[in-house]
Ligand binder design. Structure first.
Ligand code: ATP
Length: 357
């Protein structure tokens, strides 16, 4: 049965290096929960603490009601999948998957149907007698998953499971991993630095930086409402425009910037005179607008374009030296190298995110 996992104020130091600075998170039973962050932020250290592969210096980890903080890995009922599949080359897939059950003293008669079921789940039942070296990378990673699933864990822990695969296979395997977790009803914690991987399949995402948890939310919440500049630029593309709060109205503020005045919808009571950063997603920039008046209408110069067929990624130079990233579906004008084209653009105040520090 899947259980909720509670992480309570977990800290970890390696010598003088404070790698986890008091992390708390509540992961629901059956949830696919991502730990996302740049290299070295402490994701793997946190996952290993949940697995029992390293012991926190402070805080607690609960699996359901059970405090597992100081239990060895094999007493935790957690399955692990790593970046490297580490399959036994001399064993068949069936034997590889059965190995963990044998180690746990499960009798052959009971093990056989469980191994079959695990291989079926990863769609490799017909290859049960193959050896790992007869398989593709993606198939080998499926075996590694089956090996974790067969022990019927309460929680599945995945550490960059797709990073050894090529780009196309990674995308296929993403949805496969979600399907498997949901079919098995598993609580799963998945570590990655790939924001697309996280956004595409997570139930919720936790963004870490330098041993701290900055934000937890659904993919839409963290993308549309990032709570900090770090999260905004780490999840997706954005342009920051620095400015000063000039006026406040109901649910709306005016911000004075080098490109002119901007309006943004916000429920936060930003005080007049304070410095803020406006975060503008490329897809929020409406190029070639017909609007004649209203807020957030600007004229800019297309500065450089990456033309990708159905879509173009533009850099638009605004007044004050701000270069706005803008995405255009079915692009009308493509500016290459030193070409320049003037464009009128509009950004809906509801699409402008206001951020503090
Ligand atoms: P990556 O995406 O590169 O794997 P990460 O976010 O998973 O990064 P961790 O592997 O958790 O990061 O490492 C966080 C920090 O802890 C790093 O500075 C790393 O050097 C350090 N660290 C991790 N494990 C150990 C260890 N066993 N001994 C000493 N320092 C360690």
């Amino acid at each position: 049965m899947p259980v909720p996992i509670t992480i309570e104020n977990v800290t970890k130091n390696f010598g003088a290096n404070q790698v986890l600075k008091g992390i708390s998170a509540q992961i629901a039973a059956g949830e696919l929960f991502f730990l996302l962050g740049p290299s070295g932020c402490g994701k793997t250290t946190l996952l290993r603490a949940v697995a029992g592969l390293n012991e926190p210096d402070g805080g607690r980890i609960l699996a359901g009601e059970r405090d597992v903080t100081h239990l060895p890995p094999h007493k935790r009922d957690m399955g692990m999948v790593f970046q490297s599949y580490a399959l036994w080359p001399h064993m068949t897939l069936r034997e590889n998957v059965a190995f963990g059950l044998e180690m746990r003293g499960v009798k052959k008669a009971e093990a056989e149907p469980r191994v079959r079921k695990a291989l079926e789940m990863v769609k490799l039942a017909d290859r049960a007698d193959s050896k790992p070296n007869e398989l593709s990378g993606g198939q080998q990673q499926r075996v590694a998953l089956a090996r974790a699933l067969v022990i019927e864990p309460q929680c599945l822990l995945l550490d960059e499971p797709l990073s050894n695969l090529d780009a196309k296979l990674r995308i296929e395997m993403r949805t496969e991993i979600r399907r498997i977790c949901k079919e098995a009803g598993l609580t799963a914690i998945y570590v990655t630095h790939d924001q697309k991987e996280a956004l595409s399949i997570a139930d919720r995402v936790a963004i870490l930086d330098q041993g701290r948890l900055l934000q937890v939310g659904t993919p839409q919440e963290v993308y549309i409402r990032p709570n900090s500049r770090f999260v905004a630029q780490f999840i997706g593309e954005t342009t920051f425009v620095e400015g000063t709060v000039k006026a406040r109205g109901k649910g709306r503020i005016v911000v004075e910037t080098a490109t002119g005045d901007w309006e943004a919808e916000t429920e936060t009571p930003w005080t007049e005179g304070r410095t803020v950063w406006l975060s503008i997603r490329p897809e929020a920039v409406r190029l070639h607008t017909d609007r004649q008046e209203g807020a957030n209408l600007f004229t800019g110069q297309l500065h450089a374009t990456v033309y990708l067929g159905e879509v173009a990624q533009h850099a638009v130079a605004l007044a004050g030296g701000v270069i706005l990233k803008a995405l255009e579906m079915r692009p009308r004008v493509v500016a290459r190298d030193d070409e320049r084209a003037e464009v009128r653009l509009w950004i809906n105040p509801g699409d402008v995110q206001v951020l503090g520090e």
